[in-house]
Design a protein around this ligand. Structure first.
Ligand code: TEU
Length: 544
């Protein structure tokens, strides 16, 4: 599918969490045929969002201990989601619509049920013996029990080491003990992982999201982590994690992997594990952006947002190209996070959409964000997220189930998501907050997303222009230029719940309103002052 060299810069990528998108067989869990049946929502239909690519969270065979991020076979499809033929049908149907398919590659670890690990744990001299991170005990405790090789802890709680008596060694697991970390310094493992990417590229996949890619290499001597100083409730937060990730030879490994993708014209986006914009920028490369979380962590306050934007722009510089992301399957949903303190959810969700789609960078929309979906509350007996179960009832882990509820398609039975009992509760407001209802409402969050995406797609400036402030938070308003060649656009976001106004730059006169989250009419041309409703955001195009 021809998209042009820089398609990934101007792209809007839509994250599908397959369990929760659309269920075709009534088992209460989303699947690939269900996704195929609903591609019109994304692109190619009468009321599509108009996104350019789908990032599909893992659909591979998995025991599901970490909801699919514990992969037992990298190159097949779990029957829960369908068959390999279904995935090939999805790729073909997506390409017919001009949609790229980006798979989620989990290459830092596998499931403990993966054949590679089942072979590796048998002994120290089998064909996969060094494919994982094995280490001898650091002696025995007073009761003769083996002591872990160092003080590393799991991000999900407990030690990062699990004992395997058949080898008389521990294995490393940064996450669950059912997710043993692979040893990228093993040539056999390295080559097998590259073959995974080759297999999917040969099947027509357009790129990959790389799960915790900056953890691929660990310090070879496995030294103790230094303590971070001060008190923290979680052991993970009491230590610095300088040795489990971000190793000096990672850039060379990344360059080798990216060369494989570049040769196939494929794209990648790296999921940075606990790092800031500077680290994300350092790991980024053309066609291979890296997520940073700075905007997602910023409070909805004009100067705080401006500060976050400045930090990102400084870190990436004009030559770099960031991503723009406000939520994903691990984080509280945008609308819930921003609608606190009595802000009207729809208005602030639409304003956030203008930030997401108007800033410089590849934009990532998380399924349901286009409806202003909020987080759900899951009763303790229905908690699925493993670390949430582990820590309950202590408030030490935000239950990620909250942002993973089934997508409501209509006000009909089962919200149009499934004819069966959904694997997680539907959002409480599904009868009014669903795709069909919002598609019919020109003032809905969905309509705002559609108009903003369409305006971005039609404007080279909004798609791949630079960034420069026009108003940096005064009066609660953020306004910035986007420029490329002769094309110039202005993004304006009133972040507060009261009317505002700004003076438009004269050099763009008369300005044309390309999209407004207030659904404002599109007057012929605007010069001088621009009045803004509370939380109104808009895209304007300068006269060339
Ligand atoms: O997430 C890594 C991870 O846990 C952090 O990036 C994230 O900040 C945290 O989950 C917030 O609570 C990736 C996947 O996105 C996640 O779903 C997996 O559980 C994890 O790796 C292990 O594969």
């Amino acid at each position: 599918m021809e998209r042009g060299l820089d398609w990934w810069r101007r792209a809007v990528v839509y994250q599908v969490y397959p369990r929760s998108f659309a269920d075709s067989d009534g088992d209460g869990v989303g699947d690939l045929p269900g996704l195929i049946d609903h591609l019109d929502h994304l692109r190619g239909g009468p009321a599509s969002l108009g996104v350019d690519a789908i990032w599909l969270s893992p659909i591979y065979p998995s025991p599901g201990r970490d909801l699919g991020y514990d992969v037992a076979d990298h190159v097949s499809v779990d029957p829960l989601f369908g068959t390999l033929e279904d995935l090939e049908r999805l790729i073909e149907a997506a390409h017919r619509r001009g949609l790229a398919i980006v798979l989620d590659l989990v290459l830092n670890h596998t499931s403990d049920r993966h054949p590679w690990f089942e072979s590796s744990r048998q002994g120290r001299d089998g064909p996969h013996a060094d494919w994982y991170i094995w280490a001898d005990p650091a002696g025995r405790d007073g009761r003769g029990r083996p002591r872990p090789p160092n003080n590393w802890v799991s991000f999900f709680g407990g030690s990062a080491w699990a004992w395997e008596p058949r080898r008389g060694q521990f294995y490393l697991h940064t996450f669950l003990s059912e997710q043993p970390d692979v040893n990228w310094r093993s040539r056999g493992l390295h080559d097998a992982q590259f073959d995974v990417a080759r297999t999917w590229l040969a099947r027509g996949v357009d790129g990959f999201r790389l799960d915790v890619f900056n953890c691929f290499l660990k310090h070879p001597e496995l030294p103790d982590d230094p303590l971070s100083g001060g008190f923290a409730w979680r052991a993970w937060d009491r230590q610095q994690h300088s040795y489990e990730k971000d190793q000096p030879d990672l850039l060379a490994l990344l360059a080798e992997f990216r060369a494989l993708l570049d040769a196939a014209g494929a794209f990648s986006v790296g999921e940075l594990f606990t790092g800031g914009p500077e680290l994300a920028a350092r790991y980024s490369a053309p066609n291979h952006p890296v997520f940073d979380w700075r905007l997602l962590e910023a409070p909805w306050q004009a100067h705080e947002l401006a500060q976050a934007i400045d930090e990102r722009e400084a870190a990436f510089g004009p030559a770099g190209w960031p991503t723009v992301v406000l939520s994903n399957h691990d984080q509280p949903r945008t609308a819930s996070r921003l609608a606190r303190r009595g802000r009207p959810r729809d208005a602030v969700a639409k304003a956030a959409a203008a930030l997401l789609l108007g800033l410089r960078g590849t934009a990532f929309v998380y399924y349901g964000e286009e409806l202003g979906l909020g987080d759900i509350r899951v009763p303790p007996w229905r908690i699925v997220d493993p670390p949430a179960r582990r820590y309950w009832p202590l408030p030490l882990w935000w239950n990620r189930d909250g942002c993973r509820a089934p997508l409501p398609w209509s006000a009909g039975p089962g919200a149009g998501f499934s004819s069966g009992r959904p694997w997680l509760p539907l959002p409480a407001d599904w009868r009014t907050r669903n795709v069909a209802t919002q598609a019919a409402d020109p003032t809905s969050v969905l309509s705002a997303f559609r108009h903003l995406i369409a305006a971005r797609a039609a404007s080279p400036a909004l798609g791949q222009g630079d960034f420069a402030w026009h108003v940096r938070g005064d009066g609660g308003v953020l306004a910035w230029w986007r420029r490329t060649g002769d094309a110039r656009a202005l993004v304006v976001v009133n972040t507060v719940g009261r009317p505002a106004a700004i003076a438009l730059p004269r050099e763009g006169d008369p300005w044309r309103l390309a999209a407004s989250t207030a659904g404002a009419e599109v007057p012929a041309g605007i010069t001088g002052g621009l009045p803004l409703e509370p939380y109104e955001a808009c895209f304007l195009l300068a006269s060339s």
